[in-house]
Design a protein around this ligand. Structure first.
Ligand SMILES: [Fe+2]
Ligand SMILES: [Fe+2]
Length: 251
């Protein structure tokens, strides 16, 4: 048995490199690697147990279900079950597995499972940071573009007098979701990073407004989520278009 958590990381990394769908921007290997990096920093700042946080972060998206599937809301539970089975089969220290399963099950918006432990809160925060900052902007634009959604609403680029609708404008996704994410953070360390990254989103909108000749204002109705379509086409976290549950063990 490999005793030290860090010694397991190359095995988790190899599993993720093999498993995650490179064409699925929301859940590709880069996403998982960034979530792991975020989770390590938050765990260090908050004093969380890496023996739980690391496997949960590496394996949190080991089951992905298409957003239009009726099983969509059970994706994180299935990922938790699969990760637990993989870890048990691979001989991971058994005392951590229930906590790892809980952290994975509670990570996603769609699961509606409240994180009960510090480790679960950290994995959820680490995943949510992906909606913010430069990465959040890139993922949103890539996902919206892949769905054929227009960049912004020409008559009113920033929703002030109209409801935000991210089915018709990629920029509207900032208002239906991205600018609200920082308020959902679970840990102080996660919130600090989220607020800095949310500020970058506003800088981006300000610069965009300058370039297209329509000022962005952070007051008024800008920044208020006015219309959220449960699982939006432009939601990077919901953008998976494939179901892949492969019977593979950690090798
Ligand atoms: Fe996920
Ligand atoms: Fe994720």
């Amino acid at each position: 048995m490999i005793e030290k958590t860090t010694e397991w990381e190359p095995r988790f990394a190899a599993f993720v490199a093999e498993e995650q769908d490179a064409s699925d921007t929301a859940h590709d290997e880069g996403h998982v690697r960034r979530v792991v990096a975020n989770a390590k920093k938050l765990a260090e700042a908050e004093g969380a147990d890496l023996a739980v946080v690391l496997p949960a972060a590496w394996l949190h998206d080991c089951v992905v279900i298409a957003k239009n599937s009726p099983r969509r809301s059970s994706a994180s539970r299935l990922a938790a079950e699969r990760a637990g089975a993989l870890l048990r089969a691979a001989g991971y220290p058994a005392q951590h597995i229930a906590a790892i399963e809980h952290a994975i099950e509670a990570h996603s918006f769609s699961a509606r499972v409240a994180p009960r432990t510090l480790e679960a809160k950290i994995v959820q925060d680490a995943d949510r940071l992906e909606s913010l900052g430069a990465v959040g902007i890139a993922r949103t634009v890539i996902t919206g573009g892949a769905n054929g959604t227009p960049f912004y609403n020409f008559s009113e680029p920033f929703p002030v007098t109209r409801a935000a609708d991210d089915r018709t404008s990629i920029i509207d996704h900032f208002f239906t979701k991205l600018l609200t994410v920082a308020d959902t953070m679970q840990t102080a360390a996660g919130r600090a990073v989220a607020e800095q990254r949310a500020e970058f989103l506003k800088q981006f909108l300000t610069q965009l407004g300058t370039e297209i000749g329509v000022p962005f204002s952070d007051t008024g109705r800008n920044g208020v989520a006015t219309r959220r379509h449960g699982s939006s086409a432009n939601d990077a976290e919901s953008a998976d278009d494939s179901t892949h549950i492969k019977p593979r063990l950690l090798a």
